[in-house]
Design a protein around this ligand. Structure first.
Ligand SMILES: Nc1ncnc2c1ncn2[C@@H]1O[C@H](COP(=O)(O)OP(=O)(O)OP(=O)(O)O)[C@@H](O)[C@H]1O
Ligand SMILES: O=C([O-])CC(=O)C(=O)O
Ligand SMILES: [Ca+2]
Ligand SMILES: [Mn+2]
Length: 649
């Protein structure tokens, strides 16, 4: 039956002005009614207290002064090192804001010996600064200016990262200078490939000139680390709304008041990813370069738009800054139970940190980067970065539901009409990702801090299928596996069976560490001992055979294993020790078929199992050779124990 409007009887004349008229004379006036001016983030500040004498100094800055200071600071960030003045900057979108005279709301950062007459074209132009835009504003920027940006059916913003869909660790460079040459880990096995100060300056200039040549740049001022005593202020200058929204989601977002008092950043990223580096430049081996200068407190990105470089570049910085303060930085997820029991989840990319730390029964502290200090744990970030390949609503409900308005969806494929995402589609890359603010997970623990960990879970995706789904580790074994940092993912995605390749990445994150791995390992051992944490090795990879013949351990089983660790019930289980690796396997785990607990059981070909186990053991031994000459901590007996905690065959 069709619904009909009730006939009121007054239908002879059609009035289109029966409602109250709007208070506008023109369309432009009407539009101006739509937008309310926000007072934040530039509201006048309260008085500051003068030191100790009980008097108040009237250091009240008005809104205009604050704006000017902020712009001055941004101009200083964008200053070339070879010209006298920084660029002229103005806030706002060039489409809606046209500066008429250099006097209007413009800052012109000057070096002390600045001439007053502009001598280059660049000193005549303005750069529009899109400063800490909101997700809604960034959506509009992206959709208008960045090809490949689309709103998906759940409200997330699908974006393309360009030619690079993952990090480029071989293009990372770290400046070796007086202060870093002794502190940092250099040479074989180290992720820190050196570059000199001069070359850094060349690349910095290239990035800054590129950014200054644009009509507008995005600037994000944000924080790292939820521990208020050890918070770091970062500024990210970039040319894409994608980069700005990604970092908005991934770093800690300042309140309006915190932004007002932001001042000078502790570290600055210049992301000129659309622009390549120059291969005639010394140390450059491709058109991509990610350069870190710890003394200048700067990072330059050229030739890759993959946003994860910024996230992980800052993580590298924390791996340098935090240990200097006796704080351990960790490539781990972290969550907390109702009783305050904290668990850390270590593991290389794709082993399950995000998946397993996101747990409907527990509070999420963070999914990827943490600090462990004398006060407990703190998340470094303000967001999560989840793998989306084969994502399903049933298996990963919290992550599924977090993919909504504000979330960046990288490199996914969707229906061109309905904008439904097909999470099984690998057409662009297998490394599809969602970046969302941590509060998009309903049981996030805000602020993202917690007490000392009770359990330390080492995740390994063993595509050889020979490591047990779960085993308990003693301290020496924990250190052995932490330093080894093993996983075996499947290399290609081409048809046909592929051999698994073992990856060993010290501290489960060799790409990000700055100091020698044994420094972090010693700190971990000390903290675990001091706080009585128990460690577990969990294989989230294959069972019943290697990749090709066996299958990946079902996520619901892994979740049951993790539940038993959290509840403490696994501690009371009876154990059987394995050959070769000497791992303690529980004989029963609630909700998991006992047949799969010993890795040999589900293999049809027992000999193949034994051969594969020995093959993997050999790879472990070979990898650990490099560490055999290093002592871990002050206690030489621990070093001996660690060396003995590897496979025996
Ligand atoms: N048994 C299992 N345990 C954990 N994850 C599993 C399991 N089986 C399949 N998976 C899938 O493996 C992937 C684990 O990826 P996850 O995002 O958790 O990696 P990560 O450790 O956080 O890596 P990164 O540091 O790169 O973010 C997810 O896509 C998840 O669905
Ligand atoms: O950095 C990335 O691209 C994703 C990540 O978390 C990792 O690789 O550990
Ligand atoms: Ca993750
Ligand atoms: Mn990670």
């Amino acid at each position: 039956m069709a619904t009909e409007n009730v006939d009121t009887g007054v239908n002879e004349i059609c009035h289109d002005d029966s409602a109250a008229p709007v208070k506008a004379q023109t369309i432009d006036e009407l539009h101006s009614l739509q937008k309310k001016k926000t007072s934040a983030p530039n509201t006048p500040r309260i008085k500051q207290q003068a030191g100790g004498d009980g008097l108040f100094s009237s250091a009240i800055l008005d809104q205009e002064d604050r704006q000017k200071q902020q712009l001055k600071s941004i101009s200083a960030s964008l200053a070339s090192l070879t010209r006298e003045t920084g660029p002229k900057v103005v806030k706002g979108d060039p489409l809606t804001k046209k500066p008429e005279s250099p006097k209007a709301a413009v800052s012109h950062h000057q070096h002390p010996t600045a001439p007053t007459v502009p001598v280059t074209d660049s000193s005549l132009k303005f750069i529009h600064i899109l400063y800490n835009l909101s997700p809604a504003e960034l959506y509009e920027q992206a959709i208008r200016y960045e090809k490949g940006s689309f709103i998906t059916s759940s409200g997330a913003l699908a974006m393309l990262s360009g030619a690079k869909t993952g990090r480029s660790p071989r293009d990372k460079r770290v400046v070796k200078d007086k202060s870093t040459e002794d502190d940092l880990w250099w040479g074989k096995g180290s992720p820190n490939i050196e570059m000199d100060e001069h070359t850094f300056t060349v690349n910095r200039e290239r990035a800054v000139d590129y950014l200054n040549s644009l009509e507008k740049v995005y600037v994000n001022d944000q924080f790292l680390n939820w521990d208020p005593e050890n918070q770091i202020k970062v500024r990210i200058v970039s040319a894409r709304a994608y980069h700005s929204l990604f970092m908005h989601n991934m770093c800690i977002r300042p309140t309006a008041e915190e932004l007002e008092n932001f001042g000078t950043p502790d570290f600055t990223i210049y992301n000129a990813g659309q622009f390549p580096c120059n291969r005639y430049t010394h140390y450059m081996t491709s058109s991509t370069s990610i350069d870190i200068n710890l003394s200048r407190k700067e990072m330059v990105i050229l030739g890759t738009q993959y946003a994860g470089e910024m996230k992980k570049g800052l993580f590298g910085l924390m791996h340098y800054l935090m240990p200097k303060r006796q704080i351990l930085s960790l490539h781990s997820g972290c969550n907390m139970g109702k009783d305050g029991d904290v668990a850390l989840f270590f593991g290389l990319s794709g082993t399950g940190k995000t998946t397993l730390s996101t747990d409907q029964n527990r509070y999420l502290i963070g999914d990827d980067e943490h600090c462990w200090s004398d006060n407990g744990v703190s998340n470094i970030e303000g967001g999560c970065y989840a793998k989306c390949i084969d994502l399903s609503r049933e298996k990963e409900t919290e992550i599924w539901n977090a993919i909504k308005f504000g979330t960046v969806l990288e490199n996914v494929v969707f229906d061109e009409h309905t904008r439904e995402v097909d999470y099984t589609d690998k057409s662009v890359t297998e490394n599809t990702r969602a970046a969302y603010p941590i509060e998009y997970i309903p049981n996030a623990k805000i602020p993202c801090v917690g007490p000392h960990p009770k359990n330390v879970i080492l995740l390994s995706c063993d595509a050889f299928g020979v490591l047990p789904p779960v085993s308990k580790l003693n301290l020496a074994q924990t250190m052995y596996h932490f330093i080894s940092g093993y996983t075996a993912l499947i290399a290609g995605t081409v048809e046909g069976v592929k051999e698994p390749t073992a990856t060993f990445s010290a501290c489960f994150g060799a790409a990000f560490i700055m100091l020698h791995p044994t420094k972090y390992a010693a700190m971990l051992a000390e903290k675990m001992q001091q706080h009585g944490a128990t460690a577990w090795l969990v294989n989230t990879g294959w069972s019943g055979g290697s990749y090709g013949s066996g299958s990946r351990i079902k996520l619901p089983y892994t979740r049951k294993i993790i539940d038993a660790i959290h509840s403490g019930s696994l501690l009371n289980a009876s154990y059987t020790k394995t050959e070769v690796f000497g791992l303690e396997i529980p004989n029963e785990v609630e909700g998991v078929p006992s047949e799969i607990l010993h890795p040999m059981n589900p293999w049809a070909d027992k000999q193949a199992y034994k051969d594969t186990l020995l093959k993997l053991a050999g790879l472990f031994r070979k990898n650990f050779d490099v560490f055999a000459n290093y002592s871990i901590g002050k206690d030489s007996s621990l070093t001996e124990e660690i060396l003995a905690a590897g496979p025996i065959f």
